[in-house]
Design a protein around this ligand. Structure first.
Ligand code: GTP
Length: 597
C-alpha cells in the first residue's frame, strides 16, 4: 500500500466516554461488517471487558475508507487497554500510531485518566483529533468541554468533531478528520525489516498471533525472522489483517499494521515491544522503548475444595497462554493446602484473573492478602526479594527493608477533596501538589504501594460516589519500618492471613482484622481466642465465647425431618469451612477479613 494512503490511529477515552461505541460506528460505516455481525460490540470481545467496560487486550482493525478526495485509505484503528495496570502495552500501541482520536463525553468533561493517555500520546508526537461525544445527551455541554480541552490539555479544539456515537451523528466528520489531520506513516521499503511487536495473543487454531507495525522493509510469508530482544528465530507462515474479520495478505509493507503467525506456541516468546527483523540482512539496532514487564502485586490463589487443585492448575495454565504478564508458581499453605502464588501487573489485573477463574472456569477460590514486592538487605550482606509474607526471614537477620512507592494523581470534584486527602494521609501519603482546574481538584500524592493494594480503589470510589479518577506510576523503592503481622486463631497462626504492614499501621489493622474475624468465625464448643501478633507480641485480641448447646439439642423428641434439615445445613456449611487445628473458619471469613476499611 502507498504510504500516503495509510493512517494509523488509536482512540483515547476515559472509561464509558464511548470509545467502543465510536469504534463500532467507524467499522459499520466503512462496511467491515454486516449489521448482524455488528450486533455484538466488536472491539470489546471478552465478556468481562464488556461487563466492566474495560478493554484488556488490544485489537486492531483495518478499515477501508473512500474519502471525499476520492482516494481509498487504509485506516488502522488500534485499540488500547484503558487501565493504568497496562500502561506499558498502551505505550507500545501508541508508538505504533501517528495520531489519536481524543473522545470526551460532552456531559462529563475531561478526566484524570484521559489526561495521562493524552500526555503519552503527545509524547509520541501524535496529531490529536478531539471528538466531543454524546452531544445527544440533555446534559451535554459541548462548548464547555471544548474550552476544557483547550484549558486543561492545551490543544486546539476549535475544530473538534461534535459527535454522538450512539445516534450516528458526526461519524463521517470523524473519518474525514482522520484522513486530513493525521499524518501518514513514514518508512522505507528498501531498508532492512524492522517491525514492532505491538501485541500477541493465543489462538487455538493459529497458535500465537502477533500484531506488528512495520517501520521499514517488508514482511511476508516464508521469511525467516528473529525477535531481537527475545533472541528466538521463526518462520513466518501467515501474514494478514483484521477488518475486523481475519484476512490473509501477501505482505505488510512500511507503515502497515497487521498480524503474523509463525507456529509459536507460547505468548511468552512474543514480547510486547520486541523488534522483528530478518535473520539474513536484518537490522542491527532494535527499536527503542522495549521493557520487560514485571508483576508488582502478588497473592495466593487456593481452591476452596482441595479436590479442585488440578482444575485450578489447568485453568491458570490456560489463562497464562494469553497473558504473559501474569506469573504463577505452586505454593503450599499450612492453612489452605495447595495453591498458587500469582503475580500481577496491578490490582485490576489481579481482579480480572480472579474473576475469569471463577466465572469462566467455575472455580471457587480463596485469595490471600495481596502483597507487593519488598527488597530486603540482610545483615550478611545479601539482598532478597520478598513476594510472599510467608517467606519473611527472621527480623533480626534483616538490616533494612524497602517497599515500592507510587506517584498517584487523583482528579475529583471539589466536594470530595477533604475525604480524599484524609484517605491519602491515613495511607502514609505525602502530598506533592494540589491544583484546581475548572470546578475540579487535581491532587498528587506519593504513596506506598502496600497501602494502595488493600482497598484504596474501593474506598476512593465510595467516598467520591464514583466521581474521583485515579492514575499512578511507580517511583521506586523507599525504606520503611515494616513488620510481619500474624493472625492466630486458637493460638495457631493462619498463614493465609499473615501480612506485612507498616509499624504505625499494625495495631489498627490488627484490631480491625481480629474484630472482623470474631464476627465471621462461628462459635465452637470451646472458647476461641483470636490474636494479631508481631513476633511474640500480641497487639490485638478478641475471644469467641463457647457455644452453650448442641444446635440439634432443641430438636430432641421433635420433628425428625427438621432435625435432618438442620444436620444437612451443618454439613453444607462444613464444606465451605477450613479446619485449623480444631477450629473451622468459613471461606467468607478470609475474603471479608481482607477487605478492610
Ligand atoms: P471502555 O471500553 O470502558 O473504554 O468504555 P467505552 O469508552 O468504550 O464506552 P462505550 O462505548 O462502551 O460506551 C459507554 C456507554 O455510553 C454505553 O452505554 C454507550 O451506549 C454510551 N454511549 C456511547 N456513545 C454515546 C453517545 O454518543 N450518546 C449517548 N447518549 N450514549 C453513548
Amino acid at each position: 500500500t502507498d504510504l500516503a494512503l495509510i493512517r494509523n490511529f488509536s482512540i483515547i477515552a476515559h472509561i464509558d466516554h464511548g470509545k467502543s461505541t465510536l469504534a463500532d460506528r467507524l467499522i459499520q460505516r466503512t462496511g467491515g461488517l454486516s449489521d448482524r455481525e455488528m450486533s455484538a460490540q466488536v472491539l470489546d470481545n471478552m465478556d468481562i471487558e464488556k461487563e466492566r467496560g474495560i478493554t484488556i487486550k488490544a485489537q486492531t482493525v483495518r478499515l477501508n475508507y473512500t474519502a471525499k478526495d476520492g482516494q481509498t485509505y487504509a485506516l488502522n484503528l488500534m485499540d488500547t487497554p484503558g487501565h493504568v495496570d497496562f500502561a506499558y502495552e498502551v505505550s507500545r500501541s501508541l508508538a505504533a500510531c501517528e495520531g489519536a482520536l481524543l473522545v470526551v463525553d460532552a456531559a462529563q468533561g475531561v478526566e484524570a485518566q484521559t489526561l495521562a493517555n493524552v500526555y503519552q500520546s503527545i509524547e509520541h508526537d501524535h496529531e490529536i483529533v478531539p471528538v466531543i461525544n454524546k452531544i445527544d445527551l440533555p446534559a451535554a455541554e459541548p462548548e464547555k468541554v471544548r474550552a476544557e480541552i483547550e484549558d486543561i490539555i492545551g490543544i486546539d479544539a476549535s475544530e473538534a468533531v461534535m459527535a454522538s456515537a450512539k445516534s450516528g451523528i458526526g461519524i463521517d466528520e470523524v473519518l474525514e478528520a482522520i484522513v486530513t489531520k493525521i499524518p501518514p506513516p513514514k518508512g522505507e521499503r528498501d531498508k532492512p525489516l524492522t517491525a514492532m511487536l505491538v501485541d500477541s495473543w493465543y489462538d487455538p487454531y493459529l497458535g500465537v498471533v502477533i500484531l506488528v507495525r512495520v517501520i521499514d522493509g517488508v514482511i511476508r510469508k516464508g521469511l525467516q525472522v528473529k525477535f531481537m530482544q527475545g533472541g528466538t528465530e521463526h518462520l513466518i507462515d501467515r501474514v494478514g489483517a483484521f477488518t475486523p474479520k481475519r484476512i490473509d495478505l501477501p505482505e505488510l509493507g512500511p507503515g502497515e499494521i497487521g498480524f503474523i503467525t509463525a507456529q509459536i506456541k507460547e505468548v511468552e516468546q512474543a514480547k510486547v515491544g520486541d523488534t522483528v527483523t530478518t535473520v539474513k540482512g536484518g537490522a542491527t539496532q532494535a527499536l527503542p522503548g522495549y521493557k520487560e514487564v514485571q508483576p508488582v502485586v502478588f497473592c495466593g490463589l487456593f481452591p476452596v475444595d482441595a479436590a479442585d487443585f488440578d482444575k485450578l492448575r489447568e485453568s491458570i495454565g490456560r489463562l497464562r497462554l494469553n497473558d504473559a504478564s501474569f506469573s504463577f508458581e505452586m505454593e503450599s499453605s499450612a492453612a489452605l493446602g495447595f495453591g498458587f502464588r500469582c503475580g500481577f501487573l496491578g490490582l485490576l489485573h489481579l481482579e480480572i484473573i480472579q474473576e475469569r477463574l471463577s466465572r469462566e472456569y467455575d472455580l471457587d477460590l480463596i485469595t490471600t492478602a495481596p502483597s507487593v514486592v519488598y527488597r530486603l538487605a540482610m545483615t550478611d550482606g545479601t539482598i532478597k526479594e520478598l513476594h510472599n509474607p510467608a517467606d519473611m526471614p527472621d527480623p533480626v537477620k534483616i538490616a533494612e527493608m524497602e517497599e515500592p512507592w507510587i506517584k498517584a494523581t487523583i482528579y475529583t470534584p471539589d466536594e470530595y477533596l477533604g475525604s480524599i486527602l484524609k484517605l491519602c494521609q491515613d495511607r502514609r501519603g505525602i502530598q506533592i501538589d494540589l491544583t484546581y482546574i475548572g470546578g475540579r481538584a487535581q491532587v498528587t500524592y506519593e504513596l506506598p504501594l502496600n497501602e494502595v493494594v488493600f482497598d484504596f480503589y474501593d474506598r476512593l470510589k465510595s467516598i467520591s460516589r464514583g466521581y474521583a479518577s485515579f492514575d499512578y506510576e511507580q517511583i521506586g523503592l523507599r525504606e520503611g519500618d515494616l513488620v510481619m503481622m500474624n493472625i492466630l486463631v486458637n493460638n495457631e497462626p493462619v498463614d493465609a492471613l499473615s501480612m506485612i504492614v507498616h509499624r504505625s499501621q499494625a495495631e489498627a489493622r490488627g484490631r480491625g482484622l481480629v474484630e472482623r474475624l470474631k464476627e465471621l468465625i462461628p462459635r465452637h464448643m470451646f472458647k476461641v481466642p483470636i490474636q494479631a501478633a508481631i513476633g511474640a507480641k500480641v497487639i490485638a485480641r478478641e475471644t469467641i465465647s463457647a457455644m452453650r448447646k448442641d444446635v440439634t439439642a432443641k430438636c430432641y423428641g421433635g420433628d425428625i425431618s427438621r432435625k435432618k434439615k438442620l444436620l444437612d445445613k451443618q454439613k453444607e456449611g462444613k464444606k465451605r469451612m477450613r479446619e485449623y487445628g480444631n477450629v473451622s473458619i468459613p471461606q467468607e471469613a478470609f475474603i471479608a477479613a481482607l477487605r478492610m476499611g
